[in-house]
Design a protein around this ligand. Structure first.
Ligand code: NAP
Length: 282
């Protein structure tokens, strides 16, 4: 049995590879990456695979039984064809199962919706592929917030437009564990899972950060319009718009969803507090 992970050198890809190695040994895991030089640290067989190249994936998926497709980072419209390059090559090479890392979100209501929409299109493409499939809809990673704490401290607050909306955060480690089970166990075939922890407000997030990291932050909610102006000025139009869309989605409740994590992973999702404590100890 060979299992391949695309974008394997990325943070989520590496986490899934590490969990797979623990479960089945490194001889059975293949990393497919755009830039092979960036993946030598994984300690597994590495093959080249740029999502823009169907040919790359025709070679990379030879002899592979299951593939984990990590959602790309490109413009949403480009992603659909990029993901199709992997799906079509998987079909042609006799891959038996495809597992896809999709995203929680609403397809219409926010500036993040085009990304959600493109992910839903890939979900449909996968369901129609004829392969066995499993789809995970990932919650928002908590790590970027924790990596940003020094900036929050400088600013004295956590400021965004999420208001009282609740968000089910997750972590790349939790996802790595869940996706490994989804790849290895047949009982997950044909399932779409929300991979999130317990939803919390931004005020609760701030309280937990204060508790774990000994900070004294407050949460400050601003309007969507003001937040968009601020984010665009700091991060540029594309990323600024996407980030605003994500927090607007939280405000509108689109990230306040039930969790299927335990069903997918076979154990409960760690609490946000536990994830923060583990992050601090690293
Ligand atoms: N749930 C969330 O909160 C959240 C947040 C951010 C992103 N995401 C999504 O989750 C995915 C994984 O996140 P991550 O944390 O692992 O991101 P990451 O660490 O930035 O890794 C992104 C990976 O995508 C690869 N990649 C980009 N364009 C590619 C292409 N054309 N062909 C092949 N590989 C390509 C990168 O390869 P190189 O190293 O060669 O660039 C890298 O391995 C992202 O791609 C994005 O779709 C989710």
């Amino acid at each position: 049995m060979k299992i391949a992970v695309t974008a394997a050198n990325g943070k989520l890809g590496s986490s899934i590879v590490n969990e797979l190695i623990k479960a089945i040994g490194k001889e059975k895991v293949i990393g497919i990456v755009r830039t092979p030089e960036k993946a030598s640290h994984l300690g597994i067989e590495v093959r080249k695979g740029d999502y823009n190249s169907r040919e790359d994936f025709n070679s990379a998926l030879k002899g592979v039984d299951s593939v984990l497709l990590i959602s790309g980072m490109d413009d949403p419209q480009k992603r659909i064809q990029q993901h199709r390059n992997v799906i079509e090559a998987a079909k042609e090479n006799g891959v038996k199962k495809i597992v896809y890392t999709s995203i929680i979100g609403d397809q219409e209501k926010t500036a993040f919706s085009p990304i959600v929409h493109s992910n839903r299109q890939t979900e449909n493409d996968i369901k129609e592929s004829g392969l066995n499939w499993v789809i995970g809809r990932n919650g928002i990673y908590i790590e970027p917030d924790l990596e940003y704490i020094d900036n929050y401290v400088k600013e004295g607050e956590i400021r965004n437009c999420a208001g009282e909306g609740k968000c089910g955060y997750t972590s790349r480690e939790e996802l790595g564990f869940a996706y490994t089970q989804m790849l290895l166990q047949e009982k997950h075939n044909g399932q779409t899972y929300n991979l999130v922890g317990k939803p919390i407000t931004q005020s609760k997030l701030t309280e937990l950060i204060n508790q774990v990291f000994n900070t004294n932050l407050t949460y400050h909610s601003v309007s969507v319009e003001d937040y968009e102006k601020e984010r665009k000025a700091e991060l540029g139009d594309f990323i600024g718009t996407v980030i605003t869309g994500i927090y607007n989605g939280i405000k509108l409740g689109v990230n306040d969803v039930h969790s299927d994590f335990e069903k997918a992973a076979g154990r409960p999702h760690k609490s946000t507090l536990e994830i923060m404590q583990a992050f601090k100890e690293k």
